[in-house]
Design a protein around this ligand. Structure first.
Ligand code: PLP
Length: 403
């Protein structure tokens, strides 16, 4: 009895969840730990969402597989307002987080998957679980990790030489882990490249609302609507990761409708529907509401203010680091410190993460988790970093209001 399937014997938990568990263990042992490892927003839930959930608590029946109609309508309107993309509720599929929706999309789409390096920890394992090959796209930190036709075509050529057949590209702008965001002209060129190569784009836009404000977020679906799928949700900008509410936006037209049918069929056999009270409460997040919009914009600005202060400090310390444009991550590369670190017995990012946890009680995620070696670490902002805000003026008042 209890024999594990051969293909699953070497599976390990996602590094982000593993670091979270390690921190919980340490805290249970009474060891105070600064947690910079997990991908969670630092601001509290907006009262309008709390109130909406309280009102929806009696909604105990199952929701439709694709999500309750009013929520899908609200999300379609939200896409128009925030992305400039016209979209009907037929194109929206709601699920228990964007993560399972991403996995379901990989299950129903044909072909191996181009994945920029570095990128979010779960794309690779999800692609392999769905039975496809990961085709890495090597981006250049000196060129702001841009996704140019050259780096993409190089990846496709290398894939063909090794027998892989890439048909899908994952784009995550704003990016976890770098906090970088593609410029509008690069997104336009990217869309044209994907169209010319018949590649489907999965655009993971979970951090879109958290653009810091000096550059707008632009979706590839603006330039390549017939071949782009957007995913997003409540987890980051609305500080509600634990609510598990995400959405996928499929293209209009017959192909999009076929994809929607397959996605709903798969969802109906796996999770049936997202939780009904959460779906009903989520309607508020995607319906025009000046107060909530101000909350999201302010939290994005404060994340921007704090990440930039930390970025500046890292640069002054001689650590290389991409300049963040969105979200709450920094992705410093400690290679320039290698000499100092070797003296401490630290030669890889993984060892550096362990050293910081053991000696300094600071939890981080090593770059190897994002498909990268050897010296990078991903840092997430923590609430304690908000003390940086107290040296500022306007952001300080805004942070106080959010709390
Ligand atoms: N995509 C990226 C890049 C993420 O960082 C995360 C969460 O960490 C997700 C997707 C998953 O978000 P959700 O909570 O909607 O499943």
């Amino acid at each position: 009895p209890l024999e594990l399937a051969e293909a699953r014997r070497d599976m390990v938990s996602s590094p982000t969840l593993a670091i979270n568990e390690a921190v919980s263990r340490r805290r249970a042992e009474g060891k105070e730990t600064l947690h910079l490892g997990f991908g969670e927003a630092i601001f509290p839930l907006h009262p309008a969402l709390r109130q909406a959930l309280a009102e929806a608590i009696e909604s105990t029946g199952y929701a439709p597989v694709a999500g309750v109609l009013k929520l899908r309508q609200a999300i379609a309107g939200y896409m128009e307002r925030t992305r400039g993309i016209s979209c009907s509720e037929e194109q929206v599929v709601v699920g228990p987080g964007s993560k399972p929706l991403l996995y379901a999309l990989l299950q129903v789409l044909e072909g191996d998957v181009l994945v920029p390096r570095p990128s979010w920890v779960s794309y690779g394992p999800q692609i392999r679980l769905a039975g496809w090959q990961v085709v890495p796209v090597a981006t250049d930190p000196a060129d702001h990790h841009r996704l140019t036709p050259e780096v993409l075509s190089d990846a496709v050529t290398a894939a063909h030489a090794s027998g892989a057949k890439p048909r899908v590209l994952i784009v995550n702008s704003p990016s976890n882990p770098t906090g970088g965001m593609l410029a509008e002209e690069d997104v336009a060129v990217l869309g044209a490249w994907a169209r010319a190569h018949g590649i489907t784009i999965i655009s993971d836009e979970i951090y879109a609302e958290l653009a810091h404000g000096w550059r707008p977020h632009v979706s590839p679906a603006r330039f390549y609507p017939e071949g782009s799928i957007i995913t997003g949700g409540l987890s980051k900008a609305f500080s509600a990761g634990g609510w598990r509410l995400g959405y996928a936006i499929l293209p209009a037209g017959e192909r999009g409708a076929q994809l929607g049918k397959a996605l709903r069929a798969l969802a109906s056999e796996i999770w049936s529907a997202a939780a009904t009270p959460i779906e009903k409460a989520a309607i508020v997040a995607f319906t025009p509401n000046t107060d909530l919009e101000t909350y999201v914009r302010r939290s994005a600005r404060i994340h921007g203010y704090v990440t930039h202060a930390l970025y500046q400090t890292l640069i002054e310390l001689g650590v290389a680091c991409p300049k963040p444009a969105a979200g709450f991550y920094l992705y410093p590369d400690f290679a320039p410190w290698r000499g100092t670190l070797v003296n401490l017995g630290v030669t890889t990012g993984q060892q550096l993460a362990q050293y910081l946890l053991d000696e300094w009680a600071i939890a981080t995620l090593p770059g190897v988790a994002f498909g990268e070696e050897p010296d990078a670490l991903r840092l997430r902002l923590s609430t304690s970093h908000l003390s940086i805000v107290s040296t500022g003026s306007a952001p300080k008042e805004q942070a106080a209001e959010l709390w």
